[in-house]
Design a protein around this ligand. Sequence first.
Ligand code: PEP
Length: 252
Amino acid sequence: MSRIPLIAGNWKMYKTGPEAVETAMELAGLCSDVRDVEVMIAPTYLSLPLVAASIKDTDVKLGAQNLYFEKQGAFTGEVSADMIKAAGAEYVIIGHSERRQYFGETDSLVFKKIKSAIEAGLKPVLCIGETGKQKDEEKTFTVLDKQVSDGLKGFGLDELDDLVLAYEPVWAIGTGKTADTGQVNEVHQYLRSLLEKLFSKDFSHRTRILYGGSVKPENAKDLMGIEDVDGALVGGASLDANKFINIIKYNK
Ligand code: PEP
């Protein structure tokens, strides 16, 4: 079964609206000859409508970096899935390690966020990954098992059609360290078998599993060449359209 790779850029808390529009337009121009790879960028909430307008007639997709699970109400500072959808986004990143680490997001909160994303018609990108300490203590698989099981527990298969999983070892995010290809291969194979155990073989074969953590033009080909890696979630290197395009075109 063929899975179209997704290369997603997480712009974190970088770029003002005009800066985001400039990079998005530059990237869209560079992507005009890209085929068989889906490209998504996730700027800040504030930039979503601006970037949506600037990439409207291109193949670049838009995503948000987070959402709040309630539909509306007195939740100062929060943004709902419907608002993100109305701003023009197709994807939403959920459970990024920075959200878990700095904002105390738990697996049960992640579950509620995924649910509200699906209800709003957004495609959730569920981020999971072990910390350096958990890796040293050989707890990687236990941690991933819990994050996936608790984040997705109770969903019916029909609800998870658009789910994307992103394996991002926390110790590799923004550090310049990448997991070696053998380790990425082992973890992605594990995740695919976990999806089969929790849901079905067909589901595990059609669900995209991205790798994230210091992906750069120099290592993209090796990482993307791993059979069970279906694309990348890229932070730092996605901020520059010229760098990002060299990751997107890893096969060239
Ligand atoms: C990320 O933020 O999801 C990420 C992988 O960041 P970086 O590529 O900078 O490590």
